[in-house]
Write a protein that binds this ligand. Structure first.
Ligand code: F6P
Ligand code: MN
Length: 335
């Protein structure tokens, strides 16, 4: 991929994508760029909705998502906002969301209305509308995670071969929008209140060792494995603890710092919490785009795992490469 010029850095995401994709010679660059812009527009709507927060938004509904988490009023509202925004894009064949257990076909819906757009609908978009929703209730940073796949599903395919683009939006004092094309470096945009975007960083790179550690699922430390010794080792080695309790925020902090490790090992007799399609695959692609590793606790790369069901989950460790390898040595000792 070409070096990014100073002029391109100052351009909006829209102009930037146009130049970037045309110069990369991708045949279907225009459609893919338009899908990315729809994802970006849906994130801006989500951010506006979060800022209009009212007291009922952090109430629970009587419903549960595909992996059994009780849903918030806000979870479902943001799900609906994203679906209606993506539905406008005729290049999107179908979507799937962490909040529903099924694939929603857009092309089929148009067909039934006598407007067959299946010929032009080329992409599937999978998303987690409100990542870190338990922290949202506390007024802390949250995010959205997206993956864009060629075709009409994210299932039964190897992400390393079939995932086109991974993105997240972090909703903080500003919105940040990160994206990575398959096999390319990560691009991080800072979004101003009027929607203008500036390329904040295109040189994010994780060094091999970690200065920070983010230990998720600390409940697993009581099980018979090396998690507690590992956490002790991090403390002994004077590493700095940074844990937001929101995957997007923890990964963003790691990427901005250029160093770190996020761990989410399995807990005995419990299903893993983090979802492959909606969370881990796109986050793994973004971590790898910064030179990091993203594996499960059996050392398999997340991008080499084939999701079978939308509700599939996995253990997870990601970040600075040597730090990930050293965690797995500790963890797999099963002390
Ligand atoms: O979506 C699940 C999630 O909220 C992630 O954003 C976050 O990394 C994780 O759960 C936190 O889990 P725990 O509460 O076990 O630390
Ligand atoms: Mn999530």
């Amino acid at each position: 991929m070409q070096e990014i010029s100073k002029e391109q850095k100052q351009n909006s995401l829209k102009n930037y994508l146009k130049n970037f994709i045309e110069s990369s010679g991708l045949a279907e660059g225009r459609e893919l760029a338009s899908v990315i812009l729809s994802v970006f527009d849906s994130c801006r709507k989500v951010y506006a909705e979060l800022q209009a927060f009212s007291s009922i938004d952090d109430q629970f509904l009587d419903s549960f998502n595909a992996t059994g988490d009780r849903q918030l009023v806000m979870d479902m509202r943001l799900h609906n906002i994203i679906v209606s925004e993506l539905r406008k894009n005729r290049g999107i064949a179908s979507v799937s969301s962490e909040e529903t257990a099924r694939i929603l076909e857009f092309a089929a819906a148009s067909k039934s209305k006598g407007m067959d757009n299946s010929a032009e609908a080329k992409y599937h978009v999978a998303f987690d509308p409100l990542d870190g929703s338990s922290q949202f209730k506390r007024g802390l940073n949250v995010g959205s995670i997206f993956s864009i796949w060629k075709g009409n599903t994210a299932l039964l395919r190897k992400p390393r071969e079939s995932l086109e683009v991974a993105c997240y939006a972090l909703y903080s004092y500003r919105m940040f929008f990160a994206l990575a094309f398959r096999g390319e470096k990560l691009l991080l945009f800072k979004v101003s209140p009027n929607g203008d975007t500036s390329l904040g960083d295109d040189k994010l790179w994780l060094k091999k060792d970690n200065d920070f550690f983010s230990p998720g699922n600390i409940r697993a430390s009581t099980a018979t494995n090396g998690y507690l010794p590992y956490i002790n080792e991090m403390a002994r080695a004077k590493k700095t603890l940074r844990y937001n309790g929101c995957l997007v925020a923890d990964i963003h902090a790691m990427l901005i710092s250029g160093s770190g490790i996020f761990t989410y090992p399995p807990e005995a007799n419990k299903k893993n919490k983090l979802r492959l399609v909606f969370e881990l695959i796109p986050i793994a692609a973004l971590v790898e785009a910064c030179g990091g590793l993203a594996l499960d606790c059996e050392s398999e790369a997340i991008l080499d795992k084939t999701p079978i069901l939308l509700s599939d989950t996995s253990s997870f460790v990601a970040g600075s490469s040597q730090a990930v390898e050293s965690f797995l040595r500790f963890f797999q000792k099963k002390t």
